[in-house]
Write a protein that binds this ligand. Structure first.
Ligand code: 5GP
Length: 205
């Protein structure tokens, strides 16, 4: 099969539990996770280099100038970007890499990496989304309102994604996303070279 890693984009509404789903995918199935850079302040318990690389605006702009990101975007007053080096190295070594990024970044990745699979996680309905966001208790009303407005905008871009998965039951959601990744790796379109090689080998037998 293709010996190049697959790029897996996971997006979803703020508060939908993307972080938990992604952590489970990494610990249970061994996917590589790209750690983004951001200019937003760390939340309580977040560690530099674990959740994010926390950068000043100036440092972030420098990284943009040096082509240090495969994509970057502005989201609710802050910048977020995917460091290029880690992703390229991991993929070259045949590891599948998960990017947990928002929709502008996802579109950008789709333009550059045609094989990437784009997965959108959603809550079952808008009310439960708001409840989850308020329930996290780490954000002010103003931030919650901003993120709800952003979710409204993001819902308009859901059709950019290849797959939509409802995160109602965590175990089911993790297992569904893993199945999508496994299936994508088996797609004919992602294995053209493998097929050609094995055909050629068999002709020689
Ligand atoms: P949060 O501040 O809640 O950690 O993240 C806010 C949003 O930024 C989330 O939708 C998250 O997926 C997205 N995000 C995190 N890292 C990146 C990145 O490197 N690029 C882009 N485009 N979005 C990101």
């Amino acid at each position: 099969m293709s010996n190049k890693g697959l790029l897996v984009v996971i997006s979803g509404f703020s508060g939908v539990g993307k972080g938990t789903v992604v952590k489970r995918l990494v610990s249970e199935y061994g996917y590589s996770l790209s750690i983004s850079a951001t200019t937003r302040a760390p939340r309580e318990g977040e560690v530099d280099g674990r959740e994010y690389y926390f950068k000043s605006v100036e440092e972030f702009r420098n990284l943009i100038d040096y082509n240090g990101f495969i994509e970057w975007a502005q989201y609710v007053d802050n910048y977020y970007g995917t460091p290029r080096k880690f992703v390229e190295q991991e993929m070259a070594q045949g590891h599948d890499v998960i990017l947990e990024i928002e929709v502008q970044g996802a579109m950008n990745i789709k333009k550059q990496y045609k094989d990437a699979v784009l997965i959108f996680l959603t809550a079952p309905d808008a009310n439960s989304l708001r409840e989850r966001l308020a329930g996290r208790g780490t954000e002010t009303e103003e931030v919650i309102a901003k993120r709800m407005r952003r979710a409204k905008e993001e819902s308009l871009d859901m059709d950019v994604y290849d797959y939509i998965v409802v995160n109602d039951d965590l175990d089911a959601c993790v297992s569904t996303v893993n199945s999508i990744i496994v299936s994508t790796k088996c797609l004919k379109a992602n294995n053209l070279k493998f097929m050609e090689d094995i055909k050629e080998e068999l002709q020689k037998q």
